[in-house]
Design a protein around this ligand. Structure first.
Ligand SMILES: Nc1nc2c(c(=O)[nH]1)N[C@H]1C(S)=C(S)[C@@H](COP(=O)(O)O)O[C@H]1N2
Ligand SMILES: [Mo]
Length: 378
């Protein structure tokens, strides 16, 4: 018996180029913000060799802003993406499926666009929930697919340019004599999509934008929840840092004139204060009061020249982010501290006792906790 597949028939008036364009511009804007801020984050975390010594340590809130925007625009993209896919999905069923080589290529590029446009916000969202139900590592995959998505998006805009232009020119005065018959439906749809994007943004952006922290209902972290008024991403137990004995702990500094200090030696050095945010790559951020010894003082004591950078090595035994490096500008910024105190108290174990790095305009993952060694980089 022969069974014939009959494609569904769509009678709704909103699955058209006009709706797709209206939603697409917001989705495109969200993806553009995500891409640019993602590049900033990538460069700060993995600077190319020639740039490492020139990364700016100001403004102190720079990374807090760019990464807050990255995560907020990625979250806002989710409802926009669903609406866009709803608008265009009837095109999946166009018959015949392939009309020409050109048509086949166009469909292929749309397939890449859809796959990558779903992959990026979904993996990003699961990452902020620290849930990794996949076999690849998040950071390189998320970064590589961002380029694919951006390429596919630029190609898509080029292919669709005539339709997009037609949409905008229909709006020009003179041709706008009669409203389109579906204008009301479209306005309702766009209002609902805008409300959804606004709602997910307002209920999560407080994780970085602390004046709105009371509205932070859906983000996994709240800026106020954690010891000493600051969230913790990885606890001492999770990093395999046991109880650190103050009697045995030393800060070991290698360089032209290596030395080692006890915690009391560190406390006896000139202490400095800095008000700086921890800005986690996962989007949460909170400003705090830090007290400790200037990194530049520690490096100079080891005979480091003013252009030296530093490698910071943690005592942690499990997981990543146990080592970080900073170039010359960060290492000698007067606000870059090896912090001993947070918000007026000695660091708790989860915040990096006995000593941790805090530096301005820097991703949270590089603010290394449980520091045991500093290595001067010449
Ligand atoms: N040694 C070490 N330092 C670390 C981490 C880590 O896993 N190991 N996590 C980093 C991350 S991802 C962030 S956001 C900050 C958070 O600092 P907090 O827990 O004191 O708020 O610590 C950073 N320092
Ligand atoms: Mo983080």
């Amino acid at each position: 018996m022969e069974q014939r597949f009959s494609p569904p028939v769509f009678r709704g008036r909103l699955h058209d180029a006009r709706t797709a364009t209206s939603i697409g511009r917001w989705l495109g804007a969200a993806f553009a913000v995500c891409f640019v801020t993602g590049l900033v984050s990538h460069v700060l975390q993995h600077p190319p060799h020639w740039l490492a010594d020139h990364l700016p340590s100001r403004p102190v809130w720079g990374y807090r802003l760019t990464q807050g925007l990255h995560v907020a625009s990625g979250i806002a993209a989710l409802p926009l993406l669903l609406a866009k896919l709803w608008t265009v999905y009837p095109r999946l069923f166009t018959r015949p499926p392939v009309r020409s080589v050109r048509h086949a290529l166009e469909r292929l590029s749309v397939a890449v666009l859809v796959a990558t446009a779903v992959f990026e916000p979904v993996t990003g969202l699961l990452n902020i929930a620290q849930w990794y139900p996949w076999p690849f590592s998040f950071v390189p995959a998320h970064y590589a697919v961002a380029w694919l998505l951006t390429g596919a998006l630029v190609l898509h805009l080029a292919v669709k340019y005539p339709e997009i232009r037609a949409h905008w020119s229909r709006r020009s005065p003179g041709t706008l004599a009669l409203p389109a018959p579906d204008a009301l439906d479209r306005r309702s749809l766009l209002a609902a999509v805008g409300a959804a994007a606004g709602a997910v943004t307002l209920t999560t952006v407080g994780q970085a934008l602390t004046p709105l922290e009371d509205l932070d209902l859906l983000a996994p972290r709240h800026p106020d929840h954690g010891p000493q008024g600051l969230p913790v991403n990885r606890t001492a137990a999770a990093a395999g840092v046991g109880r650190i004995s103050v009697a045995q702990w030393r800060l070991v500094v290698s360089g032209p004139r290596p030395y080692a200090l006890t915690l009391d030696d560190l406390r006896a050095m000139p202490q400095h204060e800095a008000v700086l945010p921890i800005a986690c790559v996962e989007g949460w951020s909170k400003s705090a009061h830090w007290t400790g010894v200037r990194m530049t003082d520690l490096l100079r004591r080891a005979g480091a020249p003013p252009h030296a950078g530093v490698r910071v090595v943690s005592l942690q035994t499990r997981g990543g982010y146990g080592v970080s490096e900073m170039g010359q500008v960060y290492a000698h910024d007067p606000l870059t501290l090896l912090a001993l105190r947070l918000n007026g108290r000695e660091l708790t174990p989860d915040h990096g006792f006995p000593a941790r790095v805090i530096a301005p305009n820097r991703p949270g993952v590089l603010q290394t906790k449980w520091v045991g060694r500093l290595e001067v980089l010449l």
